[in-house]
Every structure is written in C-alpha cells, then in structure tokens.
Design a protein around this ligand. Structure first.
Ligand code: FES
Length: 167
C-alpha cells in the first residue's frame, strides 16, 4: 500500500472515477450509496485510512448524509479512521480462537501494552486490529503480523511480537 497524506484533488478524482465506474456498471441505479464501498476502499488504498476531510466530500458527491458515510466506515473493520502504525497486528477474535484463548491475549495486550483494538502504540510502531477468522482455526489463537501468519499465540509470544515491531 502506498499510503500518503490527504490530498483533496486526489480524493475528488477517486470519487469521480468510482462514480463513473458505478454508472457504467449499474446504469440508472448507480445513484446514492451504490459507489460508497468502492470509494472507501480506493481512499484507504490511497491514504492508508479514510481521512476525516474526505467524508463530507464523499457525502456531498453521492448526495447522502455524512452520518451514513461515518456509519459505514465504523461498521466495517477493514476501514481505518486514522492512519495505522508501521506494523499491524491482526488478532483473530472469532469463535474457534476464542475457545483457544484469544481473549486472554487481547486482555494482555491492553493491560501490558495499552493496545486496545484499533489503537496504535504511542511510538507509532504497531496498530492492533481484531479480525474474525484467518483460516488458521486449528492452530488458534491465530494472528497476522503484517503479512505473516502466526499460530498458537499466547501472552509470551505476543510480547515478542510487540518488541519485534518496535525495533
Ligand atoms: S477462528 Fe481464528 S483463525 Fe479461524
């Protein structure tokens, strides 16, 4: 991902491109919120998060409310309202990993490292996210550090990962 700072002209271009694609695909039905998800994905790809300044722009171009845009951004775990740290740790919180102790690991991250889901360490090195199944249920609790899948994660292993991310 080539994330960079918010650029209003680029945000306008993304909205216009995605609206044109939605019109080409849906024809008359492309109004309102139809292009919203593709726009949000393209914004996150471009800026690394959904910039707060982009949300009123999206709402006005799509003729929907800002609350609708905010609601979609906060509903989908994939969208970030703030830039992520240099590394991202995704901890699986789905049922099989819960049965294997992921909630203990999540509680430890919060207690020992002040890392709640969605939070980033003060030094900007690591963002924690919750995800719901990484396809590694048999080796749960499972996590992803950036693109690396890690199974059987516990408190000691997660401490090592936090240290590794801070190096
Ligand atoms: S439930 Fe955690 S990897 Fe599937």
């Amino acid at each position: 991902m080539s994330a960079h700072a918010f650029d209003a002209a680029e945000a306008e271009r993304i909205v216009a491109d995605e609206m044109a694609q939605a019109r080409a695909f849906y024809g008359e039905d492309a109004g309102g919120a139809a292009p919203l998800l593709p726009i949000l994905h393209a914004m996150q790809e471009a800026f690394g998060h959904i910039p707060a300044h982009a949300q009123p722009l999206i709402a006005s171009r799509l003729n929907i409310s800002q609350a609708e845009v905010r609601g979609v951004v906060s509903f989908y775990h994939d969208f970030r309202a703030a830039p992520a740290g240099r590394h991202v740790l995704k901890l699986c919180r789905a049922e099989a990993c819960q049965a294997r102790g992921c909630e203990r690991v999540a509680a430890h991250l919060e207690r020992a490292h002040a890392l709640a889901p969605g939070a980033t360490t003060a030094d900007g090195s690591l963002t924690l996210e919750s995800v719901y199944c990484l396809g590694d249920c048999a080796l749960g609790p499972a996590a992803l550090l950036d693109d690396r899948l890690i199974g059987r994660i516990d408190e000691a292993r997660v401490d090592e990962l936090v240290l590794e991310a801070r190096r």
